[in-house]
Design a protein around this ligand. Sequence first.
Ligand SMILES: Cc1cc2ncn([C@H]3O[C@H](COP(=O)(O)O)[C@@H](O)[C@H]3O)c2cc1C
Ligand SMILES: O=C(O)c1cccnc1
Length: 352
Amino acid sequence: MTLEQVLERIPPLDAEAMAQAKQHWDALAKPLHGLGDLEDILIRIAGICRTPRIDLRNKAVVVMCADNGVVAEGISQSGQDVTQIITENLGKGTSTVCHMARAAGADVIPVDIGVASDIHGSGVVHRKIARGTHNFAKQPAMSRDQAVQAIDVGIETALLCRQHGYDVVATGEMGIGNTTSTAAVTAALLHAPVELVTGRGSGLTSEGLVRKIQVVTRALEQWQPNQHDPIDILSKVGGYDLCGLTGLFLGGALCGLPMIIDGVIASAAALCAVRLCPTVRDYLIASHHTAEPAGVLLEQALDVKPIIDAHMALGEGTGAVLLFGMLDAAASLYTNGNTFDDSNIEAYQPLS
Ligand SMILES: Cc1cc2ncn([C@H]3O[C@H](COP(=O)(O)O)[C@@H](O)[C@H]3O)c2cc1C
Ligand SMILES: O=C(O)c1cccnc1
């Protein structure tokens, strides 16, 4: 299936399944809408999965791993070797998100979609498009064709997750320098001032932050990405991880697999997906507020409401994995809770 065909085939949410889920929440013996946003998320999951029977037992976090040539400009505290190490640790089950995923009962699926070096060991899915992006301070990050290939990898990964029986997927990434590509993509998509959307990433000095803002500003001036063409933006100043995540959101919507947005990088990718196909907006489930400054603008543009506010700025899908625990608790009540009828309590009457 071509990308155009995917975009055409993404259906609206199933309104009937959502109405039934809402009716079921309201029949449970608890205050109406007592679980607030969690009730709404489960209603949307019913709409995405096209059934009011909600099952979230099989969970995964897909981590798109890729390098960013722009690291040569000194925009991160770390070097590209860290991308390789953490990607291999994701495969071994020892990186940060692996511990959190284990606690949440979720599998970790790292995908090498563009790490600069060879990835050794087992446990990593090999879908490398290139050995990192070009340094977009000197030339566009990748070709348009490569951007589309990387989006396709994301779409295929979502479909494979569905085939393997996963019920819900968290979207993670790993790639030193990717908060710089994310700042550039966000500034281009939203036509926002670069200073407003550029942060310290994984811990940049004040001097480094000034450099990061300059690098992004100059790249946008030089390559003039088309604000209305997310693929043009991704290919000029994006990264393979951002493209892969964009594809994950599209693929999840296509096959009815709920995708949880993690932090700032996944949020920028989610906005690329929505710009490619506005229907995807209704499929998005946000997890947490990121401490990166672009997060607030992206939340507004996506019109999503992250429910965890813990000043996190980690990546790897950690915030999205945290939401799994909350969803499990809500789904347990939804599936097993007593109704007003079971409890012999008179149900609330709608207020007139
Ligand atoms: C050891 C380490 C583990 C990480 N795990 C996720 N990130 C996070 O930080 C990186 C982005 O930050 P920047 O743009 O400043 O390089 C990404 O890899 C992101 O996933 C990490 C960063 C480091 C250093
Ligand atoms: O918000 C994020 O996703 C984030 C922030 C800093 C570093 N890595 C990821």
